[in-house]
Design a protein around this ligand. Structure first.
Ligand code: SF4
Ligand code: SF4
Ligand code: SF4
Length: 249
């Protein structure tokens, strides 16, 4: 039986999630043995127009990117969004909160007029084309990536936690950072990282996007109890582009 053909593409991003794949070391050899990697700019020079699985890293920031990702979607049987930039827009979505010409001048100075910089709003991959699977996080977790790709190759549906980070945090016996004055997004953000940040004393910044059906009322209760506001919570959620849904009012 022919091996599935996998192509990995990048859009606007820091390429840190691809680096996580490269860092899989010997495990990557197993994956490569089970599939044909036919295009991957970061690791090989070959290119291909034929693939079964397209893995997309990065967010969509220009009209020409939209055309490119649509063309990839048209060729792929399965399309996977890799990392926060692709799944929720990630840190690239920060610019959507500002005047884009102002942002360009601030970042690029005298080069702000270069045409390739564009003036489009940042979008996640799923805001442009249908996404079959999301691998969450900034950066992705190597182990989770391996498990999800193995499931894909075996034709199984991977289990991605629908519940919030607090569940994993409580299971690890961590003290709650709200008690220490930190605005932690754990109650509404998707688990799967093993509560990585709160376990190291840092609040959850929301890099995995919203949990399924996040308990907005509980989030509102907690903000009230600790003298915080929903506006403050929304502000914290802007960092990873998680501010769109659900509506916090
Ligand atoms: S999700 Fe984070 S680590 Fe991955 S490409 Fe985007 S910014 Fe880089
Ligand atoms: S520290 Fe954050 S993730 Fe942990 S229980 Fe408190 S709110 Fe939830
Ligand atoms: S705790 Fe939050 S910010 Fe940290 S890795 Fe997990 S989801 Fe991302």
């Amino acid at each position: 039986m022919a091996k599935p053909r996998i192509a990995i593409f990048d859009f606007a991003c820091c390429e840190g999630c691809q680096l996580q794949i490269v860092n899989l070391e010997e495990e990557i050899l197993d994956l490569v043995g089970a599939a044909d990697v036919v295009e991957w700019r970061e690791a090989m020079s070959e290119q291909s127009d034929t693939y079964d699985v397209a893995i997309i890293e990065g967010s969509i920031t220009r009209p020409e990117d939209e055309d490119r990702v649509k063309a990839i979607r048209a060729k792929a049987k399965v399309l996977v969004a890799l990392g926060a930039c692709a799944t929720i827009g990630g840190v690239n979505k920060l610019k959507n909160h500002f005047d884009l010409d102002e942002v360009k001048s601030y970042v690029y100075g005298k080069d702000a007029g270069r045409p390739h910089l564009g003036t489009a709003m940042t979008k996640s991959v799923g805001e442009v084309v249908r996404v079959d699977l999301c691998i969450h996080g900034c950066p992705i977790d190597r182990q989770e990536f391996t498990t999800i790709v193995r499931c894909l190759l075996l034709g199984k549906t991977p289990e991605i936690p629908p519940y919030p980070v607090c569940v994993e945090c409580k299971a690890r016996g961590n003290p709650c950072l709200w008690d220490y004055g930190q605005i932690c997004l754990g109650p509404i953000i998707r688990a799967g990282c093993g509560a990585r940040c709160p376990s190291s004393g840092f609040r959850c910044f929301g890099c995995r996007g919203y949990a399924d059906n996040p308990n907005v009322e509980a989030a509102q209760d907690v903000t009230n109890r600790f003298g915080q506001t929903i506006e403050g919570l929304k502000l914290k959620m802007q960092l990873f582009g998680s501010q769109q849904e659900p509506t916090l009012s």
